[in-house]
Design a protein around this ligand. Structure first.
Ligand code: GLY
Ligand code: MN
Length: 460
């Protein structure tokens, strides 16, 4: 079964791009198959997401152009020879592939160079080294200049299109969410002391592969949730610990989900963990409740930060006025990352186009303050945006030591009390939401997140 939309979907997307740009020619390089340990033993292939968006095919060795001046669309690639067919079976021709996505013209791959000669070219930065070399050859530019000549016009036009998810795309993201929920439920049901993190991570990844294309990013599963992107799964689960899993699936149409849940290994939250958990949960649910069109996502992030600061003040870790504490960035000792990011064909959707193009615009620029500077998505929310909401509280011993030594923001932080929590680990709760006309809705089936629901499921 081919997991691509009807050709009209791709035609409509390309038509919209043509409305936005009138000069030059855009070149889209599909991704290459990359060697893992020798040339013919490759990493699983992942197509470039903008290529998928406009040209549908998840096949290596393709490129395409949209010529804004001539109105042409051409797919470039090579037909399989009998030597390939012997190993890989019958393959469609480039002409057939082009037709499937509504393109009437196809040419051999090496004709791309000629087509682009002497033209004004729009391109996106190729993050694969192979495509950097290819583009550098085509353009006659040194590799070192490729980044500076990326087309902001093309980048902005694509971000505008891809940020507003079509109904078809939302259905696919919901499907990725269904798989993500299955992954998390399985871990909640299997989590017990004595079992290894590796086993659980493998189980979650297996589910993502059984129903979709695998994980949407390498699984984060750890009893050291305070390490934000902890990809080490080498410990054995121990009663009294929390287990944080941040994991999602890529579905068969290449759309992503991204969930985080933090659960007690033995099914019971210790008092200290429960108190912290309730604060993060409040930040998650109130941030979701406040998300709607017309509001800056930076303000939702700051709302979550304030809820976290207020909760930590009740526990005695933060002191003074919480709004002021947040304005000075004191909360970032405990919540050093951003509230969320766009989600779509990429788990951090369009991150390769540049985070500042995706999450910021002319009206809002990135803060340089520690914590807020990590916010990937800050701009005004619009109906059709899909974003993650993922507040957290973390006790990072090394960071605490540095801040304490510098007496940083000590008017807002009770370092003596923080010492008592240094081994409390990390808690994050993440959901995926769609911004609707009037507010938002959580995508996917429900996944336990209250203390009582988590306790019930982990205890079987
Ligand atoms: N889920 C991983 C991240 O958002 O960075
Ligand atoms: Mn995320």
């Amino acid at each position: 079964m081919k997991n691509i939309f009807d050709s009209s979907v791709y035609q409509a997307r390309r038509a919209k791009l043509k409305e936005a740009i009138s000069t030059g020619v855009a070149v889209f390089l599909g991704n290459q198959e990359l060697p893992m340990n020798y040339a013919s033993n490759t990493f699983p292939f992942r197509q470039d997401s903008s290529f998928l968006y406009f040209f549908g095919h998840s096949i290596p060795g393709l490129a395409a152009i949209i010529d804004f001046e001539e109105g042409k669309e051409i797919l470039f690639g090579d037909n399989f020879e009998i030597d390939d067919i012997i190993w890989m079976g019958h393959q469609p021709t480039i002409t057939e592939l082009a037709k499937e996505v509504g393109i009437s013209e196809s040419r051999p791959f090496n004709a791309l160079n000629n087509y682009l000669k002497g033209r004004t070219i729009h391109y996106l930065f190729p993050y694969q080294a192979e495509n950097q070399i290819l583009l550098s050859d085509i353009l006659g530019l040194p590799l070192s200049q490729l980044r500076s000549l990326v087309s902001p016009v093309l980048t902005k036009a694509i971000v505008e299109l891809r940020s507003i998810k079509e109904t078809k795309e939302i259905e696919q993201i919901e499907n990725a969410c269904e798989i993500g929920v299955k992954m998390h439920l399985a871990i909640m049901q299997s989590c017990k002391s004595g079992i290894s993190e590796k086993y659980l991570a493998g189980m979650a990844e297996g589910i993502s592969l059984s129903y979709g294309n695998g994980v949407s990013f390498p699984i984060i599963l750890s009893q050291h949730g305070e390490t934000l992107h902890n990809h080490k799964h080498n410990a054995v689960l121990k009663s009294g610990n929390l287990l944080l899993m941040d994991a999602g699936a890529e579905n068969l149409y290449h759309y992503a989900s991204d969930y985080t849940r933090t659960i007690p290994v033995n099914g019971v939250f210790e008092t200290r963990h429960r108190e912290l958990y309730e604060i993060v949960l409040r930040a998650n649910t109130e941030a979701i409740a406040a998300s709607k069109p017309g509001i800056l996502y930076r303000d939702i992030h700051l709302l979550a930060a304030e809820i976290i600061a207020e909760g930590l003040k009740e526990l005695g870790l933060i002191k003074g006025n919480c709004k002021e504490a947040v304005a000075h960035g004191a909360h970032a000792l405990f919540f050093p990352h951003g509230l969320g990011h766009q989600l779509g064909l990429d788990v951090h959707d369009m991150e390769n186009l540049g985070e500042n193009f995706v999450g910021y615009d002319e009206t809002i620029s990135r803060s340089t303050q520690f914590g807020l500077s990590s916010l990937r998505m800050a701009r005004e929310l619009k109906p059709g945006f899909v974003i993650t909401v993922e507040p957290g509280i973390y006790f990072i011993p090394e960071l605490i030591d540095i801040w304490k030594q510098e007496k940083k923001l000590e008017e807002f932080i009770n370092y003596e009390k923080v010492e008592e929590y240094k081994d409390a680990g990390g808690i994050r709760i993440e959901d995926d939401i769609l911004i609707t006309e009037n507010g938002c809705r959580i995508l996917g089936p429900s996944l336990p997140k209250t203390v009582s629901d988590i306790t019930e499921i982990v205890n079987g």
